[in-house]
Design a protein around this ligand. Structure first.
Ligand SMILES: C[S@@+](CC[C@H](N)C(=O)[O-])C[C@H]1O[C@@H](n2cnc3c(N)ncnc32)[C@H](O)[C@@H]1O
Length: 351
């Protein structure tokens, strides 16, 4: 953890200021102080939060609900196994956060809700974010920290998105990619994230869509919920190679060639799930295996209808909202957060 993160922290229990109460080990080799082991303390309620292996830990798993904990456990395992970098990540990320482009990050204070192994944290830092804070509930933070430790403007924090240990209304831009639909209440996670964006700042979110995914919700989700998310991760790793082999063959031998040739593109557009499967054709085996595993490991996954997603943005009072159907299978949203950021419920209560 870099000293420079301190100014952004706030106690997740009471909102008080958080300070560094002890440092057991630190590293100054790169020109800044990296606290590797130590403790943070809230000035107001005196609650302590450890810094372990370079990451401040605000998630107390004795207090985290069982469904959230099992989601975190599974994804923690996933990202500690699939640690690879892929040169396609930048393009893929830009697809999820469109219309945002790399220049948009320049000079901004950025928050990432659910950073996983830190692949997007790193990109945002490299694209010139003034600082980026990647937050994740799971042990994936160990990988995210390793991935970004050399960057002076990147921070990684272990915390629950519903109780972010960060100053409210402090960030110029927040984004969350592939996380909200894995929360027990996706909309509440979206609202929690939005509360950390300053008035006039921006927010991006990408979630699975309900539309065009009925085959998943009908046939795949019951298997995921009852079998694959509960089996041993090692066994799932092996089992998931079977659907990955089918995906790999279909994308490389059918979807990519048919979409590439002008003579067959019209036909390709009529293929099952063409936009999504063709988008996966650019990836090699390891990345496709990660994607298949990712779809089977999550205990919780909601498929969000467009109308509901639009309601999330209306609820926080966002304006200039752009919602797009990504690969005809998921929703991405980008909007400007207004001053009060209240939810519909809060507006109703306050009249
Ligand atoms: C599918 S992964 C996406 C990770 C990253 N955004 C990416 O695209 O590489 C979902 C991530 O959400 C995290 N997550 C799940 N529930 C969370 C919560 N309550 N608070 C913070 N992160 C959470 C998981 O640990 C996991 O790393």
């Amino acid at each position: 953890m870099k000293d420079s993160l301190l100014k952004l922290l706030s106690c997740p229990s009471c909102g008080g200021d958080v300070r560094l109460s002890s440092v057991a080990s630190a590293d100054e080799a790169r020109g800044w102080r990296e606290i590797v082991e130590g403790e943070l303390k809230c000035d107001a309620c005196a609650r302590g939060f450890p810094i372990r292996r370079g990451v401040p830990r605000f998630a107390d798993f004795k207090e985290i609900e069982a469904d959230k904990a099992s989601t975190a456990e599974n994804f923690g395992w996933q990202w500690r196994h699939f640690t690879q970098r892929d040169e396609q990540y930048a393009e893929q990320f830009l697809g999820w956060i469109a219309p945002v482009r790399p220049e948009f990050f320049r000079g901004k204070l950025v928050l990432e809700g659910g950073c996983g192994k830190g692949r997007h944290t790193r990109l945002a830092a490299e694209w010139g974010a003034r600082e980026i804070v990647g937050v994740d509930l799971s042990d994936a933070v160990e990988v995210a920290y390793r991935e970004t430790r050399d960057l002076a403007n990147a921070h990684v924090v272990q915390a629950d998105i519903y109780r972010l240990p960060l100053k409210r209304r402090a960030f110029d831009y927040a984004f969350s990619v592939g996380v909200l639909h894995h929360l027990p209440d996706p909309r509440a996670g979206f609202v929690a994230l939005s509360k950390h964006v300053r008035a006039g700042g921006h927010l991006s979110a990408w979630v699975y869509g309900a539309e065009n995914n009925e085959w998943i919700t009908r046939y795949v989700s019951p298997v995921r919920e009852r079998v694959t998310s509960r089996m041993s991760r090692g066994a799932l790793l092996q089992l998931s190679k079977l659907p990955t082999a089918a995906l790999f063959a279909a994308t490389k031998l059918v979807y990519a060639p048919l979409n590439r040739s002008p003579l067959t593109q019209a036909f390709a557009r009529r293929l099952f799930y063409n936009d999504y499967l063709n988008s996966l054709a650019r990836f090699g085996w390891r990345e496709q295996h990660t994607i298949v595993f990712d779809h089977l490991i999550a205990p919780t996954a909601f498929y969000v209808p467009r109308a509901e997603f639009e309601g999330w943005w209306r609820g926080i009072g966002a304006d200039e909202v752009e919602i797009g159907w990504h690969n005809k299978s998921s929703w991405r949203g980008f909007g400007r957060v207004d001053g009060d950021g209240a939810t519909d419920g809060e507006r109703d209560r306050t009249g």
